[in-house]
Design a protein around this ligand. Sequence first.
Ligand SMILES: C[S@@+](CC[C@H](N)C(=O)[O-])C[C@H]1O[C@@H](n2cnc3c(N)ncnc32)[C@H](O)[C@@H]1O
Length: 384
Amino acid sequence: MLASRESNCIVPEPFGAGLGGPPAGRENLRRSAGVGMSTSPKRRSRRATTLTPEPLYRLGTAFWGSGVLFAAHRLSIFEALEARPRTASEVAGVCGLTLPGAEKLLTACAALGLVAGDEAGRYRNSPVAKTFLVRGKPAYQGHLLAYFADLWSRFGELEHLLKTGEIGPREAAFALARPDDERRAAERAWVLAMHEIAVGGQAEALCRAIDLSDCARLLDVSGGSGSYALHFAEQYPGLVAEVLDLPEVIAVAEELIRQSVVGARVRARAGDFLNADYGSGYDVVLLSGVLHGLGERHILRVLKKAYAALNPGGRVIVQELTPDAPSPAAAQFAALFSLNMMSGAAYSAERIALWLNQSGFLRIAMTPLDQAWWFDHVISGRKP
Ligand SMILES: C[S@@+](CC[C@H](N)C(=O)[O-])C[C@H]1O[C@@H](n2cnc3c(N)ncnc32)[C@H](O)[C@@H]1O
């Protein structure tokens, strides 16, 4: 499981470390031992540190590591090494690479901490690769990686999006040229990526932050894969949950619900969150990762519908990524994620709390999720 953004990081530091204000700036001052002749402690301390461009090199080449990870994943390197440790020559044979290609890729994967080599020239998966990168493993994160890889051109031509509010020409051309079956597979992978975020630690973090022991009915609006509804149903044997989302997403959620031991208590239904009848009699309405994609008018509309669907005393629970994330790495993630969004924003927890209040909710609470990788806050309120 992902314990926190930092603890699972293979690259030694968050990529922006050393660029910021005073504390991070100090980290960026490297001791230049042996430079200068002065023996005076005062003079030495003035000369002893040098601002280096290293953080920029790290930041500027961060995509190289992403490229290696995506290629190794797509080439099934981690499955090949999971069967048994293999030499570069064996990996080349199994994964269809040239020998120099396999040697370079394995060397790069070893440098990134994804695999480890031994003296006999064999490579094996690192614990992270073994747990999260092998297809079929319960904590597999490969669909999420495919989603990250799908954002490659978006970030590659970010200036176009920032100037026009539209995706850039390369991404548009790629989307147009993508065959229908590949597009459908990418959409399905996106829903599975949401599932992987949930099982990668987010659902556990949310369940730790929220006590639903007094709830009998939950509605998960735009519930995606349904993984949070399923997780809550596992935690609370008396809970019945419903997942509302668009038809193509619901089709994938239904697959996951069928596979779950608590699937009999979780129902999925297709509907548009702006216009669908949410129903009534719910004790809790969950809005996980929904508001950041919307503008204020639509947010208030969704919250009003959630309010109407709840019993008196019922709760709305918003799980979101925010700029006030509890750790610098989480805040950095939210800031960078927001850049590629076509609409909405990573709103502050206070702003979401105000919207809840404006929609009639009282007893509003803002809870940071310290242990979560993706969404960093829960904002909840009660219907009086
Ligand atoms: C970022 S995802 C979050 C999914 C899920 N709640 C989670 O946290 O994993 C946003 C969800 O909103 C859904 N969505 C987008 N537009 C919608 C609409 N008009 N009606 C219902 N759901 C919609 C998407 O299909 C997607 O599942």
